[in-house]
Design a binder for this molecule. Structure first.
Ligand code: SAM
Length: 289
């Protein structure tokens, strides 16, 4: 790949998905895109870039998807799910007693392990949430992962990563070598394609937002812009969960840490959710699928 092919791909990926590749990640681009180039009958990355420049929209979407990292597993990091069960949901159950509904957004849901872990936590709350309307909205940029998530079908390897055996037995049915998540848990999660670079105000407001292990791939300005817009759709007493390696500190004052609960944040009342923060306008038009 020539330096100009790499620059072209780097710029395109940043505009389309937010992925912020440093100048020395050619090997990553090669290893992720060579299989795609071969599948498309192309000799290599230069030919792939040429085709994309010629306006091959589907190929471009495939390149963006191939460059996303979809690593996930059930109850990833465990602690946020313990916080959810022990602190966040009990507080919301009290605060929402009149309305009896809770809305949760899983903002980069990958192949479903995270939103379904949340669904199992809600289900395990049993009588405390009986008769409540609970909504889990799972969104991701990649159509491929959303399709897998919707199917709710997981390999032996996937169910062995993080999922307690009692929950496997209770909520999954074995089908040959795979495990199918039972229909009642699958029905708790709605799936939608959504690029975090674009406007998401139309999703409405949420009581809990999980936005984990995705912002880590973005630059500071992109993170700050997304935090500002997330703050606008999180209820004032709502909770944001970030990944173990992520934080708002030094990036945005839209949120402040939730006391004694690592990885959780609330909107910052001192600052207030900024009004009028827009998604990056140049990206909104650049991303056409
Ligand atoms: C590493 S996975 C994290 C999955 C899950 N949140 C977790 O923590 O286990 C990152 C996900 O973010 C998605 N993603 C990447 N860029 C995105 C964007 N601009 N908008 C929405 N989703 C994006 C990828 O497709 C991928 O599924």
């Amino acid at each position: 790949m020539t330096p100009s092919d790499y620059e072209y791909l780097r710029k395109l990926l940043k505009e389309r998905s937010g992925l912020d590749l440093s100048a020395d990640k050619q090997y990553l681009v090669e290893s992720r895109l060579m299989p795609l180039a071969r599948k498309a009958g192309l000799g290599g990355i230069p030919e792939l870039a040429q085709k994309m420049k010629g306006g091959a929209a589907t190929l471009t979407s495939d390149v963006v998807e191939a460059m996303t990292t979809n690593e996930t597993f059930f109850f990833r990091d465990k602690i946020p799910f313990d916080h959810l069960k022990e602190a966040v949901l009990p507080a919301l159950i009290q605060a929402r007693a009149a309305r009896r509904s809770i809305r949760i957004w899983c903002a980069a849901s990958s192949t479903g392990q995270e939103p379904y872990s949340i669904a199992m936590v809600l289900k395990e709350m049993g009588a405390a949430l009986a008769g409540w309307r609970t909504e889990i909205v799972a969104t991701d940029l990649s159509l491929g992962v959303l399709e897998k998530s919707r199917a709710g079908m997981f390999s032996q390897f996937e169910v062995q990563r993080g999922l307690p055996i009692q929950l496997l037995v209770k909520y999954f049915t074995q089908q040959g070598e795979l495990w199918q998540l039972n229909a009642d848990i699958r029905a708790m999660v709605q799936h939608k394609q959504l690029n975090l670079l674009q406007d998401f105000a139309h999703l409405g407001t949420f009581d809990i937002i999980f936005c984990r292990n995705v912002l880590i791939y973005f630059d500071q300005d992109t993170k700050a812009n997304i935090f500002d817009r997330v703050a606008k759709i999180l209820e004032p007493d709502g909770v944001l969960a970030l990944g173990a390696a992520e934080s708002v500190v030094g990036i945005s004052d839209a949120f402040k840490p939730y006391p004694d609960r690592r990885g959780l944040y609330r909107t910052n009342p001192v600052r207030g959710a900024q009004s009028g923060v827009a998604a990056f306008p140049f990206r909104a038009t650049a991303f056409a699928r």
